[in-house]
Ligand binder design. Structure first.
Ligand code: NDP
Length: 274
C-alpha cells in the first residue's frame, strides 16, 4: 500500500462504478492527498478482502451491491442510521482501530431531492417501489420529512410486509396490484429493475399531476423508469446520479473531516453524459 491514505469501493460488478472518479474530484477540490480505487469483491470474498484492506493500512471502504448487509456484520460498531437500515455502505477505520459502519444512502437521497432539486416531501404522497437494501437505507430519512403518506410496494409482498413490521408500521406496504386507483406525488424506484432495463408493473395514472419520478439507479442513458416518468408527464423524472454524489460526499466527510461541494461534481458528471 502506498504512503497516501488509501480508500476503496468493493462490490460486484464494480467495473462501471463512478465512485473512484467522484472521490478523486472531491480530493482535488478539497486539497486532500489520498488514493481511492475500485475492487471487484464478491460476497464470498468480502470478509477476507476487507480484513486484508484494513490490515494493510486502508482508512475507509465503500461497499455496494451485494455487500451492504455483509459490511453491516463486519463493522465493530454501527451508527443509528446503519442500525435501522441493517446495511452499511461506508466503513471507517477509527483512531482506536475499531471499524465504524455507517449508511449514507438515505441522507444522500434526501439531500439530492431537497437541496439539489427543491423537492419537498412534507405533506406529499410518496411511493417507494422495492423493498431491498436501498429501501431500508432511505426509509427513515424520507419519513423524517413527514410525508402525508408513504407506501412501499414490492413484487414479493412478504418482503414489504416484513419491512413494515420491522419499521413499526410507520408506512404502508403493498403489492403492485394494490396500487390500482391510487395516485402519488413522488414515486421513487428503489428496485433493481432498471439494471436490466425493466420496469415494475405500474398501473395507469399512478403519478399525480405535476408529480416527480426518481430512479435510484443511474446510467449514461435515461433509465427505463426515468423514461416511464417522462411518458407520465412528470414535472421532473430524475435518476440517482445526484444521490450517488451526495452519499459519497457524506462518506468523504466522515473519512476526511471536510465536506466537498457536490454541485460542482454533479454538474461535471451530468455534463459528461449529456
Ligand atoms: P436489492 O437486491 O436489495 O433489492 C432489489 C429490489 O428490486 C427488490 O425489492 C426486488 O423485488 C426488486 N426488483 C428487482 N427486479 C425487479 C423487477 N423486474 N420488477 C419489480 N421489482 C424488481 O437491491 P438494492 O436495494 O441494494 O438496490 C436497488 C437499486 O438501487 C439498484 O438499482 C441500485 O443500483 C440502486 N442504488 C443506488 C444508489 C445511489 O447512490 N444512486 C445507492 C443504493 C442503491 P423482490 O423482493 O420481489 O425480488
Amino acid at each position: 500500500m502506498k504512503n497516501l491514505d488509501s480508500y476503496a469501493v468493493f462490490g460486484s460488478p464494480i467495473n462501471h462504478s463512478q465512485s473512484p472518479r467522484i472521490h478523486k474530484l472531491f480530493a482535488e477540490q478539497t486539497n486532500q492527498s489520498l488514493d481511492y480505487f475500485a475492487q471487484e469483491v464478491t460476497a464470498e470474498d468480502f470478509v477476507t478482502a476487507a480484513t486484508d484492506f484494513f490490515a494493510r493500512g486502508g482508512k475507509g471502504l465503500n461497499c455496494t451491491v451485494p455487500l451492504k448487509e455483509l459490511a453491516f456484520q463486519f463493522a465493530d460498531k454501527t451508527t443509528p442510521r446503519a442500525e435501522s437500515a441493517k446495511a452499511v455502505n461506508t466503513l471507517v477505520k477509527q483512531k482506536d482501530g475499531l471499524i465504524l459502519g455507517d449508511n449514507t444512502d438515505g441522507i444522500g437521497l434526501a439531500n439530492d431531492l431537497i437541496f439539489n432539486h427543491g423537492i419537498e416531501l412534507n405533506g406529499k404522497r410518496v411511493l417507494i417501489l422495492g423493498a431491498g437494501g436501498a429501501t431500508r437505507g432511505i426509509l427513515y430519512p424520507l419519513l423524517d420529512q413527514q410525508p402525508d403518506c408513504l407506501v412501499v410496494a414490492n413484487r414479493t409482498i412478504e418482503k414489504a410486509l416484513t419491512l413494515a413490521y420491522e419499521f413499526n408500521h410507520s408506512f404502508e406496504s403493498s403489492g403492485y396490484d394494490d396500487l390500482e386507483n391510487q395516485q402519488f406525488d413522488i414515486i421513487i424506484n428503489a428496485t433493481s429493475a432498471s439494471l436490466t432495463n425493466e420496469l415494475p408493473p405500474l398501473p395507469e395514472n399512478l403519478l399525480a399531476e405535476n408529480g416527480i419520478c426518481y430512479d435510484l439507479f443511474y446510467s449514461d442513458q435515461p433509465t427505463a423508469f426515468v423514461h416511464w416518468g417522462n411518458l407520465q408527464n412528470a414535472r421532473k423524472s430524475l435518476d440517482g446520479l445526484g444521490m450517488l454524489v451526495e452519499q459519497a460526499s457524506e462518506a468523504f466527510a466522515l473519512w476526511r473531516g471536510v465536506r466537498p461541494d457536490t454541485k460542482a461534481v454533479i454538474d461535471l458528471l451530468g455534463g459528461m453524459r449529456s
